[in-house]
Design a protein around this ligand. Structure first.
Ligand code: 4NP
Length: 152
C-alpha cells in the first residue's frame, strides 16, 4: 500500500497525517509507503509548521525530517490511495487526474472515520488552538483506515 496525504501548503495538516499514519504503520509492522504533498508550492522545501511539529512531538511523533513539496500528476502513478484534507484539495487534485483510475484513488481523509459525511479537516494555519483538534481527527481517520486494511 502506497499512501499520499495532501493538503494546501504541505506544512500543517498533511505532515501530521503522514507522521500519524507512519507511526501506525510501524506499530503494526506493515510494509506501507506514506508521503505527503501540497496542492500549492509556496512552501516547497520547508519544514512542517512549528505548531504541527510540537503537536506531533506531544504525541511521541517526530515529523522534523519532512520537507514540503507540491503535488504532481506523477503522484497518481506512485501512490495507491491519495487522501485529501478538504473539498478544495479534492477539486485541485481531481482536476489533475488523467483518467478514471487516477480519480478513483482520491478521497477525503475523514471519509475513513466518518463515511458518507463529506467532512473536511479544518485548516489550522490561522488558529493556533486548532492543531490538537486536527491531530485527533487525523488519528481517528488513520486508525480507522489501518483497522480496515490491516489484513488486506
Ligand atoms: P496546510 O495549511 O494546507 O494544512 O499545510 C496551510 C499552510 C499554509 C497556507 C495555508 C494553509 N498558506 O496560505 O500559506
Amino acid at each position: 500500500m502506497r499512501i499520499l496525504m495532501v493538503c494546501l501548503g504541505n506544512i500543517c495538516r498533511s505532515p501530521l497525517a503522514e507522521g500519524i499514519m507512519k507511526s501506525k504503520v510501524a506499530q503494526n509492522g506493515l510494509n506501507w509507503t506514506v508521503d505527503s504533498a501540497g496542492t500549492g508550492g509556496w512552501h516547497s522545501g520547508e519544514l512542517p509548521d512549528p505548531r504541527s511539529r510540537s503537536t506531533a512531538r506531544q504525541h511521541g511523533i517526530d515529523i522534523s525530517d519532512q520537507r514540503a513539496r507540491q503535488f504532481r500528476p506523477q503522484d497518481f502513478d506512485d501512490f495507491d490511495r491519495i487522501f485529501v484534507m478538504d473539498s478544495q484539495n479534492f477539486r485541485d487534485v481531481i482536476r489533475q487526474a488523467r483518467n478514471e483510475s487516477d480519480s478513483l484513488k482520491v478521497s477525503l481523509m475523514l471519509e475513513e472515520s466518518h463515511p458518507g459525511e463529506n467532512r473536511s479537516v479544518p485548516d489550522p494555519y490561522y488558529d493556533d488552538d486548532g492543531f490538537e483538534q486536527v491531530y485527533q481527527m487525523l488519528d481517528d481517520a488513520c486508525h480507522a483506515f489501518v483497522e480496515r486494511n490491516i489484513r488486506v
